[in-house]
Write a protein that binds this ligand. Structure first.
Ligand code: PA5
Length: 425
């Protein structure tokens, strides 16, 4: 499904030296005995998921696709990035799907919020509000605004049929509000944290609404699970990737830069930054996850990567065959001097840009890892997300960090609430 080529500093001897630790940590993940073990529900989710819930998701998605022009997905962090990254990666940035998906609730930006609300005024829209805690301020404020707009447009009764909430089964303000209003709800299980939730309704309901094959995605994830947890380290690319990360971190490369050559995959980099940053950045430890989209960013960050402070290594996700392609035309006058490319496809040119850059950066002393993907579809994406989630748990445990909490995030909230005058009970 994937082919991982680790950077040239990593050899068999290094991988073997991690053998005992990796086996012990894999057992800890499997048997749920490590730090934060009450948040390991995602590990077996690709085989344990609720089949009836999938059926309901598919039915509701059909209803949304048949009855609305726009679905507004309202959430932040782990309650947003999985869905957005998968929808963009698979459907593209300028698609003609009959249902438009818009994201809100991930920012307090008055400009963005006003623009979306104004855009929705003449549209038939549904809302999927997603919050496990039900109290995240960005999401709650956006949902209050969206709910009011919808109710004013179609009335409370019709609005109820257009609102889908994904939240905790039993607790939180969104659960309470949904029960009182009678909204259709989906559940994010207690033992799955936001950034590990892409295979639950948090990711799958918006994905199904975007006409993405969610069953293929779950199958891809289950294949990854089966392979990763049983394959020995010498062939286990996921855990080898985690070992490489640990080795780089301990050898003066504190920054991992995720690279894609597809702008529609740049939200996957955002998802990766959140997954690794929020899971690992604790106790003054952890790699700093950065990202770039090449070749665009070769004209900005490229200079730094090639010649700047040697603090980073790259992990490139390289999709060999894009779903669409464009040929460079031949023109008689050749005034722009591009006829040497006539008849060539952009996929070919993009691959040459990748190969040329890889060589340049390696020669410049930047360790580069490449994850090769033949073609991106829902099945492969399911595999890829699970691969990274499992690699992230392994990486964090190698640093003896709990991968499933985020205590540092609370500090900005505390200050903000104080400044906003929120009463804390
Ligand atoms: O990964 C996480 O746990 C976080 O990023 C959360 O998903 C994010 O803070 C949103 O939380 P909630 O779903 O409770 O609104």
């Amino acid at each position: 499904m994937l082919k991982v080529k680790l950077n040239k500093l990593i050899d068999e001897e290094i991988i073997n030296s991690y053998q005992h630790k990796v086996v012990a940590i894999n057992d800890m993940i499997k048997n749920k005995t490590g730090l934060g073990n009450d948040f390991l529900g995602w590990v077996d989710w690709p085989i344990n998921y609720d089949r009836d819930e999938i059926k309901a998701i598919l039915e509701d998605a059909k209803y949304v696709r048949e009855n609305f022009e726009v679905l507004v997905v309202c959430g932040i962090g782990g309650s947003y990035l999985g869905a957005r990254s998968a929808i963009e990666a698979l459907n593209g940035l300028k698609n003609n799907d009959k249902l438009e998906i818009i994201f809100m609730g991930q920012t307090f930006s008055p400009n963005y919020t006003a623009q979306v609300l104004s855009y929705l005024k003449d549209k038939k829209f549904a809302i999927n509000v997603i919050s496990k805690s039900g109290t995240t301020t960005e999401t709650s404020v956006a949902f209050r605004l969206l709910k009011q707009l919808l109710e004013n447009a179609v009335g409370k009764k019709e609005a109820r049929k257009a609102i889908f909430a994904t939240t905790s089964k039993t607790s939180g303000a969104l659960r309470k509000l949904s029960d009182i209003e009678g909204y259709k709800t989906y559940v994010l299980p207690d033992d799955i944290g936001g950034r590990y939730s892409v295979f639950t309704a948090v990711g799958l309901f918006p994905l199904a609404c975007a006409n993405i094959d969610i069953e293929a995605m779950l199958l891809g994830a289950s294949k990854a699970r089966e392979f990763i947890q049983d394959a020995p380290l010498k062939v286990n690319e996921c855990y080898q990737y985690a070992v490489m990360r640990d080795y780089m971190y301990r050898h003066n490369k504190p920054v991992e830069m995720y690279v894609t050559y597809e702008p529609q995959m740049s939200q996957i980099s955002e998802w990766l930054k959140q997954l690794f940053g929020e899971s690992e950045g604790k106790n003054h430890l952890g790699l700093f996850p950065a990202s770039a989209t090449f070749s665009t960013d070769l004209h900005s960050l490229g200079q730094y990567v090639q010649d700047g402070t040697p603090l980073l290594f790259e992990t490139i996700i390289n999709v060999i065959n894009p779903n669409q392609d464009v040929e460079v035309p031949n023109v008689l006058d050749d005034l722009d001097g591009l006829n040497y490319l006539a008849g060539k496809n952009l996929a070919f040119i993009n691959q040459k840009a990748f190969e040329g850059t890889l060589k340049a950066h390696e020669e410049g002393g930047v360790p580069c890892n490449v994850i090769y993907i033949e073609k991106l579809d829902a099945h492969v994406l399911g595999y890829l997300y699970y691969f990274f989630m499992r690699a992230c748990a392994m990486s964090a445990y190698l640093l003896e960090i709990n991968p499933f909490d985020q205590p540092g995030v609370e500090i900005y909230k505390k200050n903000m609430f104080q400044l906003l005058g929120k009463k804390i009970h």
